[in-house]
Design a protein around this ligand. Structure first.
Ligand code: SF4
Length: 459
């Protein structure tokens, strides 16, 4: 077994046994579940909206090259610089180059899963550049030296008491502070960081092709400040985030808000079309947009998996997944967890190393049911499994086991062989890893076939 797979099993087994963890997750997901139906009321026909969003993403991804070039031409016209990064390493090096040019020692960063993907903070730290997370959830995670737990709510696994204790340990505040007081403490510290920062880094929720702009959605105003306050703004964004037109935001913004947090619209929605223009008083003097591939074109080239590029990272599939709710976000050891993470990670990284995530699913289909853009997630998980078998990633023992199972299941005689007691003994003694977490399997005394024959004879 690969180290990534054994690490996943070890971490998920530990979390599945952790009642305190489950209670916190269920509490927070319960709150999410209570508000999403309220947000959905703003749409007359939610299924139609999801279908339309899926079609728009299909259009964007099917013509990704020309959409991105259209974006590049328009934003470059207004003075931004577009950098194409094929790998995480290239993206990091380009950011470092800009930091050196600007003599940057400290930067502010808003929430961005892509920067988690390229491990930007660790890299900057190695080069003596302080990168401060300004989203409250991300700031909490950074203080605790932990990666984000969830793609929308990074500190979802922490209670308000956990956060108060963390602030007290790291910042010396009273351990009894309320969430409002804790927010004010973070706000005060972070405002200072903005004043010191030479560069602001953000992600982007959408790349708008026709307008040559990026759209950022957030609830705290920190991303807007990161875009506008420092003299240099760097955007790091995956190439799949493109949408064809500015007018498409009328659909994607409310959709993302509802499926992400149950809001009708997120508090701050910003469209950035470039650096400060002549005659303007506000905004950064320079703006760079790093368009990151890092495995996305592998997904694009894969006819079946391509659909996963439609994802708008609302996080709904994580909240609906019975596996995620039990093992939590950190067990996956990738920035993208839950069903969508299990679909894309093997393609973004390495199928053989990460195929185990595609098996971390009950295939109940709940993820597909709730997906904002109707991605057939559970079918894509099955596709990954098929692909990994086709690539020869299954072990000899696994292949032989399934071959024997198939042969036995296709033959009535072999199925009828042996008593129920013997069948129970064989299964319970050979499925040792299954039995670690389950009780014994007891075959019924009579099989369906026997009962049928007793009732109707051999017809
Ligand atoms: S796959 Fe669908 S539900 Fe999951 S994060 Fe992406 S858009 Fe949301």
């Amino acid at each position: 077994m690969k180290e990534t797979a054994s690490d996943f099993i070890a971490k998920s087994s530990e979390k599945a046994d952790d009642r305190d963890h489950r209670q916190k997750i269920n509490f927070n997901i319960g709150r999410y579940n209570a508000v999403v139906p309220v947000g959905k009321k703003q749409f007359d026909n939610i299924d139609f909206v999801r279908e339309k969003a899926k079609n728009l993403k299909w259009k964007a991804i099917a013509s990704l090259d020309s959409q991105l070039e259209e974006f590049e031409a328009a934003i470059t016209n207004r003075g931004a610089k577009v950098i194409w990064a094929e790998t995480a390493e290239q993206a990091r090096e380009e950011i470092l180059k800009i930091c050196h040019e600007k003599n940057c020692h400290s930067l502010v960063k808003s929430k961005s899963m892509v920067t988690e993907e390229i491990k930007l903070n660790d890299f900057l730290k190695e080069h003596n550049i302080t990168s401060v997370e300004t989203d409250l959830g991300e700031y909490i995670q950074q203080l605790d030296d932990e990666p984000p737990y969830h793609i929308v709510t990074p500190a979802m696994h922490k209670s308000k008491e956990d956060v108060a204790k963390l602030f007290s340990e790291k910042l010396g505040t009273e351990p009894t502070l309320t969430p409002e007081q804790l927010t004010l403490v973070a706000r005060q510290i972070l405002r200072e960081k903005y004043l010191e920062a030479e560069i602001g880094i953000t992600g982007a929720n959408f790349i708008i092709a026709d307008a040559g702009a990026i759209a950022v959605t957030e609830n705290e105003g920190n991303a807007r400040l990161s875009c506008a306050w420092p003299k240099t703004h760097i955007v790091v964004v995956g190439i799949e985030k493109v949408i064809p037109s500015l007018t498409d935001l009328a659909l994607f913004w409310p959709l993302l808000a509802t499926y992400g947090t149950g809001q009708t619209i997120t508090v701050y929605n910003t469209i950035v079309t470039g650096p400060k223009q002549p005659g303007e008083t506000d905004g950064p003097e320079e703006m760079y947009v790093i368009l990151l591939d890092n495995g996305r074109t592998n997904i694009l080239a894969n006819e079946k998996a391509r659909e996963s590029l439609y994802c708008i990272r609302c996080g709904a599939c994580l909240n609906a997944c019975p596996v995620y709710k039990n093992i939590g976000g950190h067990a996956y050891s990738t920035p993208y967890s839950g069903p969508i993470g299990s679909v894309i990670t093997p393609h973004l990284k390495d199928m053989n190393e990460w195929k185990h995530l595609s098996y971390a699913s009950s295939l109940c289909g709940n993820c597909t049911e709730v997906c904002a853009v109707k991605i057939n997630l559970h079918e894509l998980l099955l596709e990954n499994r098929r692909e990994s078998v086709d690539e020869g990633d299954a072990s000899f023992a696994e292949r032989t086991g399934w071959k024997m199972w198939k042969r036995a299941m296709l033959n009535r005689r072999t199925m009828n062989m042996g008593s129920s007691k013997m069948k129970s003994w064989v299964v319970n003694n050979f499925l040792k890893s299954w039995k670690k977490h389950h009780g014994n399997i007891e075959f019924p005394k009579k099989s369906f076939n026997q009962m049928w024959r007793e009732k109707y004879g051999n017809r």
